[in-house]
Design a protein around this ligand. Structure first.
Ligand code: GN1
Ligand code: MG
Length: 380
């Protein structure tokens, strides 16, 4: 903790929650770029996650918490396989959030979770086995939540994966050029504009009811699956802030984008940024081993497209934020969002090149898992 004042404030906040013991340490952890997260260790050796919710982005924190409590309760009672789970720890007063006011009367909304021990999360996947298990974990999550009543879900961020709207917002940021940065990004802006046509594919399929709305995670980054480091098995899916109705395609595509890239999202050396096809195959296999029987033909047909669409969407979001003056994603240096946008655009080009191979594999793998189910039924 850099400043003792912050440490004291955090200590005071942690004590508001319904936990026992003295605080031994509070350490920041940096694997998200929206909320601010700390891990607190107490004298009884228990650890907890404290998170300050970014309310510029999640504008209704109480509705957000209701969603998370409902979804985690549902998983606990409906998923026999679940090894561990996120649990919301309430304040001593029984509230899901503690609202702190600083000396300028700015409000900070804090929540607490149990810390899931004996697990790690990867920002980058090293082996196909981890890719397989990540795909399986997100596929399983989607399968379990098939039974969750969609009407109970809050839309925590409107139009979150509406790629058509994301494109319009990006164009607007380009037109406004609020901080005079557009001349630094002409090449990237043109690369996005030349791909406008793909932005509407999934949104139109949903609008025309050709593919179903599902309960989706919407942020299937590889570090949102906790893995047991001894067995490499998934332990829990975390970061449930964006669980909303959506297309399962975005979750599959985002999982591949994140777990199968050969570099971190902000790697500057673009020659290192590509899609690892072994990991792609492993992730797809893990995902389809759970979801093949639930998918509609048009969903399967668009799986390879979804990888390109979500990667393009994230490139647009990073570039939009760069053009707007870095108001959304946390940045560590001047051009961080531009670096991220370039990285994702490089990935888009790699995906375009590998799309025919991806399609072939997805079809084979889908048939394999559909076939397996048929054989099982026939042998009964
Ligand atoms: C944000 O902060 P984090 O890692 O949970 C973003 C995702 C992006 C991701 C890219 C609410 O997620 O949509 O894919 O960054 N979450 C939100 O790293 O915008
Ligand atoms: Mg997130």
């Amino acid at each position: 903790m850099e400043r003792i004042k912050d440490y004291d404030r955090l200590k005071k906040i942690i004590k508001k929650f319904n936990i026992n013991g003295d605080i031994v340490s509070i350490k920041p952890i940096n694997n998200g770029i929206i909320n601010t997260t700390y891990v607190a260790t107490l004298s009884d050796d228990n650890r907890y996650l404290l998170q300050r919710i970014n309310t510029n982005i999640f504008k209704e924190p109480y509705r957000l918490m209701k969603n998370i409590e409902n979804v985690t309760d549902f998983i606990k009672s409906n998923d026999a396989k679940s090894k561990d789970n996120l649990t919301v720890i309430k304040t001593k007063e029984g509230a899901p959030l503690y609202v702190d006011k600083d000396e300028f009367s700015h409000k900070g909304y804090y929540r607490m979770y149990n810390y899931i021990t004996d697990s790690i999360s990867y920002d980058k996947v090293d082996t196909p086995e981890i890719a397989y298990n990540t795909g399986k974990a997100f596929g399983h999550f989607q399968k379990v939540l098939k039974g969750y009543p969609m009407v109970l879900l809050e839309e925590t961020i409107e139009n979150f994966h509406n790629t058509k709207k994301r494109y319009a917002d990006f164009l607007e940021a380009y037109r406004q050029d609020a901080v005079g940065r557009k001349q630094n990004a002409y090449k990237e802006i043109c690369e996005i504009m030349s791909r406008e046509d793909v932005c509407s594919i999934i949104v139109d399929l949903l609008d025309k009811k050709k593919i179903p709305y599902r309960v989706t995670h919407n942020d299937t980054k590889v570090n949102n699956v906790l893995i047991d480091p001894k067995t490499n098995e998934p332990v829990a899916v975390i970061d449930l802030d964006t669980v909303m109705p959506g297309s399962g395609l975005y979750d599959y595509g985002d999982g591949i984008r994140s777990a199968c890239s050969t570099a971190l999202e902000d790697e500057k050396d673009l020659s290192k940024v590509s899609i690892d096809m072994e990991k792609f195959k492993a992730y797809t296999e893990g995902y389809l081993s759970e979801m093949a029987l639930c998918l509609k033909p048009l969903e399967v047909e668009n799986m390879a497209n979804s990888v390109k669409i979500i990667t393009l969407e994230l490139a647009m979001r990073f570039l939009e934020d760069y053009l707007n003056g870095d108001t959304y994603f946390r940045t560590d240096y001047e051009d961080h969002n531009l670096v991220r946008a370039r990285n994702q655009l490089k990935l888009v080009k790699e995906i375009e090149e590998k799309m025919p191979q991806m399609k072939v594999f997805i079809n084979e793998c889908y048939k394999k898992y559909k076939g397996k189910a048929k054989t099982k039924r026939n042998s009964k």
